[in-house]
Design a binder for this molecule. Structure first.
Ligand code: NDP
Ligand code: 2IT
Length: 447
């Protein structure tokens, strides 16, 4: 395999899909040498079968808004690879959603799920529907219309969706309700469900907590204590909020948060009261982060339409909003003011230029597929609980999450440690995730 040839071929066959090309190129570049050391992989054309999704479902979603207008959106499910388990991955509702973004996310999910040690293949789905400003009834009608089309393609041992941007507990509950209604079964085909109907404790917290656990493992390799460290976070959704909560409970100082309108930078760090305000603002009122500066005048500066990276003074950055939200200039600004670690809550938040900067500077840098794997890991634990018709305690799930994140960290060190001793977590995560899927695909023949 020659990465340049594979990528130019994919660009020719699938033009106008920049996020997909970006994700594939990053993975192939780091596995190229390992791949080429197994001639049988090439004989079985593993690379093409791994890069091109098993199938892509796309459909129109028709629904009626509160004013009685008939509206349409596009719906998708990319079932990327099921070599090691049922297709598994979130659903994203955001105006920017298109096939390229879902293909990149499903591709990444395949390797992430492989790293978790659980039996889950990779998938992703979503719609260009924007939940912003929609009433609860509109959200319900949209979710029901989406599942009316999707339900035949999913199932507890076939494909198990979950949340992602714009899809939280409310949307999962509406989608799961409709699925049950159509499929006449109660087997937990969706994760992130409410606690009263098959959900797992700690699933809402899992991505953020898991990212902090991964960060602690990385810091331990250099004997660094999290206490007192200044951490810049982007986003203020599910992942960002639980990252902040866990960090604060460990004595770290959270110095920024953001949303798609702008960022707040809090030089002295969030207090518990201020965190509780943001948590409620986002979860109970679906408000905007700029409202913080009106509630706490003088505590923070608001930067409209800007990301936090060039404005913060921090030791650690945890981008937790969306893809390509931290570019080369942002990375250079972070490094210039002494940032020692970056642990990604979002999927592919750093551009290739930014990743290069972090690795060249030899800081601790964890790619999303390793650092944010806690969310899908607890989804896997939710599937296990549903299959047994049992609910585990919060403590039991949290302990399992901690050991899964430690295991993922170990895999990254095993496959990513360079002769100098520096751990290249990108290489480690990609090689370890890839090898398990590759072995499974080789064993199962040409499919
Ligand atoms: P939420 O919808 O709960 O929150 C998303 C946050 O990111 C919001 O603050 C949102 O702001 C902001 N955001 C979204 N799109 C953009 C954009 N284009 N530019 C700037 N800010 C943006 O989603 P999650 O917290 O669940 O997801 C965040 C990231 O984490 C995503 O990359 C997701 O793929 C990834 N992830 C999520 C997991 C999960 O379990 N939920 C698991 C693993 C990864 P606004 O409110 O203004 O839209
Ligand atoms: O990107 C992700 O890993 C998620 N959005 C969670 C997927 C899941 O199935 O829990």
């Amino acid at each position: 395999m020659k990465v340049t040839e594979v990528i130019s071929d994919l660009k020719r066959r699938f033009p106008n899909e920049p996020e997909y090309h970006q994700a594939v190129e990053e993975v192939l570049t780091s596995i190229e040498d390992v791949y080429n050391s197994y001639p049988q992989f090439e004989r079985y054309n593993l690379i093409e079968r791994l890069c091109v999704p098993d199938r892509i479902l796309s459909f129109r979603v028709s629904w009626v808004d509160d004013a009685g207008n008939v509206r349409t959106n596009m719906g998708y499910r990319v079932q990327h690879n099921n070599a090691i388990g049922p297709y598994k991955g979130g659903i994203r509702f955001h105006a920017s959603v298109n096939q390229s973004i879902l293909k990149f996310l499903a591709f990444e999910q395949t390797f992430k799920n492989s790293l978790t040690t659980l039996a889950m293949g990779g998938a992703k789905g979503g719609s260009d529907f924007s939940p912003k400003g929609k009433s609860d009834m509109e959200i319900m009608r949209f979710c029901q219309a989406f599942v009316r089309e999707l339900w035949r393609q999913i199932g507890p041992e076939r494909d198990v969706p979950a949340g992602d941007i714009g899809v939280g507990g409310r949307e999962v509950a509406y989608m799961y309700g409709m699925y049950k209604n159509l499929a006449r079964e109660n087997t937990g085909t969706f994760t992130g469900k409410g606690i009263d109907f098959g959900g797992s404790l700690i699933r809402p917290e899992a991505t953020g907590y898991g990212n902090v656990y991964f960060l602690l493992n990385m810091l331990a390799t250099r004997g660094i204590d999290i206490k007192g460290k200044r951490v810049a976070i982007s986003g203020s959704g599910n992942v960002a909020l639980y990252t902040a909560e866990k960090l604060m409970s460990l004595g770290a100082v959270v110095v920024s948060m953001s949303d798609s309108d702008g960022s707040i930078v809090i030089p002295d760090g969030l207090t518990q009261e201020q965190f509780d305000y943001i948590f409620s603002l986002k979860n109970d009122y679906r408000g905007r982060i700029r409202e913080f500066v009106d509630e706490y005048p003088g505590a923070a500066t608001y930067y409209q339409r800007e990301r936090p990276w060039k404005h913060v003074n921090c030791d650690i950055a945890m981008p937790s909003a969306t893809q390509n939200e931290l570019d080369g200039d942002d990375a250079r600004a972070l490094l210039a003011q002494g940032c020692i670690a970056v642990s990604e809550g979002a999927n592919m938040p750093s551009t290739p230029d930014a990743v290069k900067e972090f690795i060249n500077a030899k800081i601790l840098y964890a790619p999303g597929k390793a650092a944010n794997a806690g969310g899908v890991s607890v989804s896997g634990l939710e599937m296990a609980q549903n299959a047994q018709m049992l609910s585990w305690s919060a403590e039991e799930v949290d302990n399992k999450l901690q050991s899964i994140m430690a295991n993922i960290h170990e895999q990254c060190v095993k496959f990513g440690k360079e002769p100098s001793g520096y751990v290249n977590y990108v290489k480690g995560a990609n090689i370890s995730g890839f090898m398990k899927v590759a072995r499974a695909m080789m064993a199962q023949g040409v499919l």
